[in-house]
Write a protein that binds this ligand. Structure first.
Ligand SMILES: [Zn+2]
Length: 146
């Protein structure tokens, strides 16, 4: 038996009639620290602080909600590089402990620092391309503003 819902629909046909944004291009622009829409303006005004808007196309960056996702992604990426490398080295070679600390810890530290801003930019680009949070210029009814 099929029952019809009386809940008002949020998504309408008009809501879906928006231009498609290129996800890969937006993430690549964000990874390079550029505006996900135009690829020209700077995305960051400090290390991890996004600018308020694009200096070229005036895209508002404030609706992004990257939160902790870039840090989690950096942990996954760096962990998948560091852990297998250390395991391979430690099982095949005998290295002194001091050399391990001098090599592994700085590499992990600087790789994490180096990836944090690009990954955050890519996350902002992803959110813009998928119209997440406040990046949707035609939001459906019933969703409160951010
Ligand atoms: Zn721009």
């Amino acid at each position: 038996m099929v029952t019809m819902s009386t809940v008002p629909k949020i998504w309408t046909r008009e809501t879906g009639l928006v231009e498609k944004r290129d996800l890969f291009a937006a993430m690549k622009r964000g990874f390079r620290g550029r505006c996900p829409r135009c690829g020209e303006g700077k995305l960051f005004r400090a290390f991890l602080k996004t600018a308020d808007n694009c200096s070229v196309c005036d895209l508002d960056f404030t609706p992004h909600r990257a939160d902790d996702l870039p840090a989690y992604l950096v942990i996954v990426i760096v962990g998948h590089i560091v852990v297998p490398t250390i395991l391979w080295i430690e099982t095949n070679y005998t290295t002194p402990v001091w050399l391990s600390f001098v090599a592994y810890l700085p590499f992990t530290f600087f790789a994490s620092l180096g990836l944090l801003q690009p990954v955050k930019g890519a996350v902002v680009g992803l959110q813009w391309a998928l119209r997440m949070h406040g990046f949707d210029d035609n939001p459906p009814d019933g969703i409160p503003p951010v």
